[in-house]
Ligand binder design. Structure first.
Ligand code: ZN
Ligand code: ZN
Length: 267
């Protein structure tokens, strides 16, 4: 037990980058072998999304130099887990499940709180979905998300190994759930436990009420538990329109400027 946690902490950088790059490459290949939908403007979207992904990593390094790991070290022994005296695997799994719930709740907040929606809208502005869409987050959303996760880690007193595992799972899950990969019947089996590409595609529907379903990031339980679950899109996966009606997918600069424009328009 301690061996696994120590190993994860010592080699976190290799695990993080190794799993992220492997998942990105494997899913990109699987999208070519077994695509779910036809995608046309791939080079431009990939450039934009890789740029946003890299910019967010650099921004978070500047704002929070030690990342969420530093927050976990700072909060160690305190928070709910520290006060209840929970340790070992129990603390590890409780933290993973609780942090996944926080990300689910945060996602609902990004949609429902008028001030926050302009930060999340650029993610939904994508008119197609593939593995690269899992990197398409406005830097403003990345900052808000990091602040919420940091607060949750402190409130929980989440152990360092759990925070590292959570970040690895979250980045891989973001790539997987956006992948344009036809999983066939396997999608139906996997969704009993985790969020699948077909599940998350419904969340990107241009039909407004469908985009308020399937908020989960990794564990699919929360959507079933809190009645935000939808099994299939009304127009089918091949015919459903993806994106936002009021947001043409109009390039990187427009995407980055979008929140400021929206806040000014709707004070
Ligand atoms: Zn969303
Ligand atoms: Zn998404």
């Amino acid at each position: 037990m301690a061996g696994f946690f120590d190993h994860l902490v010592t080699h976190h950088a290799s695990w993080r980058s190794g799993i992220f790059v492997s998942a990105l490459m494997a899913l990109a290949v699987l999208e070519i072998i077994r695509p779910r939908r036809v995608i046309t403007n791939r080079p431009q979207r990939w450039f934009n999304h890789l740029f946003l992904g890299a910019a967010n990593i650099i921004l978070l390094r500047i704002v929070l130099p030690g990342g969420l790991m530093a927050v976990a070290i700072f909060g160690h022994g305190n928070g709910l887990i520290g006060w209840l005296g929970i340790s070992g695997w129990a603390a590890f799994f409780i933290s993973l499940i609780a942090l996944d719930f926080v990300v689910y709740a945060q996602h609902i907040g990004l949609h429902k709180v008028p001030f926050l929606w302009p930060l999340h809208a650029p993610h939904h502005g994508d008119r197609a979905l593939d593995v690269s869409s899992g990197l398409r987050f406005h830097p403003g959303e990345a900052l808000v998300s990091a602040a919420i996760k940091a607060a949750a880690i402190l409130a929980l007193g989440a152990p360092l190994a759990a925070v590292i595992a959570f970040e690895i799972i979250l980045s891989a899950a973001s790539l997987f759930t956006h992948a344009n990969w036809a999983l066939g019947r396997v999608d139906g089996w996997l969704r009993w436990a985790i969020v699948t590409p077909d599940m998350h595609r419904i969340h990107h529907s241009r039909v407004a009420h469908e985009s308020h379903r399937n908020f989960g990031f990794f564990i699919s339980l929360w959507d079933r538990l809190f009645n935000t679950w939808q099994a299939q899109p009304e127009n089918g996966h091949q015919n459903m329109a993806i994106g936002l009606d009021d947001m043409p997918d109009d390039g990187l600069t427009a995407t980055l400027n979008r929140p400021w424009r929206q806040w000014v328009q709707k004070p």
